[in-house]
Design a protein around this ligand. Sequence first.
Ligand code: HPA
Length: 271
Amino acid sequence: MIEKVKAACAFLRERLPSSSESAVILGSGLGAFADSLEERTVIPYEQIPNWPRSTAPGHGGRLVQGKLGDRRLLVMQGRVHYYEGYPMEQVVFPVRVLGELGVKNLVITNASGGVDAALSPGDVVVVEDHINFMGANPLRGPDTPEWNDRFPDMTRCYDPEFSAAFEKAAMEERISVRRGVYFAFSGPSFETPAEIRMARMLGAAVVGMSTVPEAITANAMGLRVCALSCVANAAAGMTENVLSGQEVLDEMAKTSEKLIRLLKRFFKEMR
Ligand code: HPA
């Protein structure tokens, strides 16, 4: 895997105008942020050696480098999920590449179901911790001491200073955000009402099918990680509604503008 990651890095170093300190992964229906950057270099995933292709609806498949103020960001417009059938090491291949390219800060975004009854579609949750219920860990497999410890600490997986900075940025943009625990299921079926009751009892605010493998890997590699979860729907069994992937994408199209403002303000003020 290390050789495959290095091949992708060599390819990208030739094509990207410069390095990036910060990267963003854009979740379902949230790709518009990448299009709002200046002086973009766009590289379709299929051109990058060994890079997995997203098959999920609402996920573009491009790596975009672009300027926001005087900062050059690397943005993943679309990701792959465990439910698409990729082994975990493929799911986190892009994060390995970002780490190897020297990225120091990673902001992960996702669409989620609200488990806490106080959350509504359109709300944004700053992820303060997670519960990995996917049944798999991306670091399982041969030890990779070049990249990370065998047993990485997870007590500060989501950087508290970044979370505070997002809350400040949200206040300045008059966007209400709250902190919460993200509970990851593997999908692709949505959860049952009983599973949602379990997640709530265990302290979850939101549920989803992504983010956790990327956060574990990036944290293990020493990146500072922050995750923003955009609530697309009330989780299963909380309303009379049945859930659909289309509903998630429709809701994210509405939330996208808010997320863009939040990300822009955050990066403007980030030190
Ligand atoms: N469950 C899991 N993932 C999701 C949901 C949900 O309700 N909504 C958006 N992504």
